[in-house]
Design a binder for this molecule. Sequence first.
Ligand code: GLY
Length: 598
Amino acid sequence: MEKITSREIRSKFLNFFEKNKHQIVPSSSLIPADTTVLFTSAGMQQFIPYFLGDTVPPFKRAASAQKCFRTSDIEGVGDEFHHTFFEMLGNWSFGDYFKEGAIVLALELLRKVFSIPLDRLYITVFKGEKDIPRDEQAARLWKKYSIPDSHIFWFGKKENFWGPIASSGPCGPCSEIYYDRGKEWEIRPHTLKTCGPNCGCGRFVEIWNLVFMEYNQLESGKLEKLKKHNIDTGAGLERLTCILNNLSSDYQTDLFLPIMDKIKLFAKKSNLNYQRIIADHIRASVFLIADGVLPGKEERSYVLRRLIRRSIRYANLLGMQGKNLLDLAKVVIDNYKDIYPELHSHQADILTVLENEEEKFSVSLKQGLKKFWQVANKTKNKGLKFMDSKDVFHLYDTYGIPFEIIEQMAKEAGLKVSYQDFKKEFSRHQSVSKKGAEKKFQGLKYWGEKVAHLHTATHLLQAALRKVLGEEVRQAGSDINIERLRFDFTFPRKLTQEELEKVEKLVQEKIKEDLPVTEEQMTYEEAIKLGALAFFKERYPKIVKVYTIGDPKNPFSREICAGPHVKRTGQIEDFKIVKQESVGAGVKRIKATAKKKE
Ligand code: GLY
């Protein structure tokens, strides 16, 4: 087979669907607009309102290459095909074509564009389960389009029913397309009686999933028919690149090769699994940070922290230097920057965040290892096999060592840790800290117009910080209550007293100048073109509000924001920076107060 690059595959896929009247949609952020889930894990996610019929889609057909992240696969990383971050190629029909259209398009692309011989293709079909009928129609269609009966395999809900992504949402039976790599790839035991898709031997590799999206699953678990029939498909770019180039692992494709080569260069020991883990985790971390995730203690922040810390640990095991991770991140950025320009534009943030996290963890890992050996020896001296779950939790909580790293160290020490007991300990601590958090939130109110002056002051503050410190300052969070504003931003070090005073003074000056604050509505793209700052964690609607402070031709500040704001900066008085804090790797926080002139 001819060599084909991932780049060519991505663009051939999109071009094919564009020619077939699909709107090409850019990848959405890894942080989904719908916050019921932590990450974007499938291409269909940004289209959920279209499937449910909540929003009328502006087009009936779409296709994309979507950045995806799946936490469920963290433990599996290390083999040939598992990743946390990956790109999913997909095409969608919103009440337009259904099974036949999807099957015809998929076969045409695979056979004509990617030149896959028909006899290499195997198909799985939903065999029916409980109230959901067997998908005879799909099987009939596959046969109609030349797939022989012997290449069609039937499976149940676990394999051939896709979705929903959260506890409710669109879903449906699916047909998966498998590629037969040939008998020589039967390298593992068969887990099914017949060798074929899902038998686990390594010969058959899933390359594309076609979901016939016709149900909405309710919270109760009940399935409701959607008003319209839809199509949702997903093909992993890494996998497709691997298969089309006849390689044995995704890590040999051009999506990974430069980073794997660099790891080999840095590593003093060779261990393919560890190399793959580092490559996967660094690539995923780069993409997550570019989309605004910062390492921390909760939810997606903790996922990122785990990825970075795991990479550091495996890098240590291979004898690499901590700083090598930054070079690996640069390789990832270089490899992707023309496809995902956000990697390039956030390069400084990405490297700062990684560096800070690396510095922080290296110190605690060293101390944690000392503590670990104390605990391990204590356990051994007592003649026990399992480490005390309180000690395990302490290593996790105080030294920030992810559970699976503790588990691995225990294994190396000939000991065990119980995940069940760790989880119990974890929940006990969580319920204690939750009580504290609930108390804190009781005072929360909707302040509305009462704090318009603080919203405007926040914009002035961001603009002043960027003027004094440089354009790498970016908003990382903001919170306003009746008493003060709080502004988090990316910056690698503490501000000097002098810098703080400069920023404060600049804001005060702009207040004194009594600049006009104008509000306009426009598309997000227009706003960005005008140079409006957008909070990079946010996903915006198509039409956004833009607030400009000062002369619109040469404004002091321009930001996308929902408001409310005062009409002129002169309505603010007594602006004062009251505190500077550090809130995580590479993120600083400023608290400030101001009054509204009555
Ligand atoms: N949404 C289809 C898939 O993730 O396979």
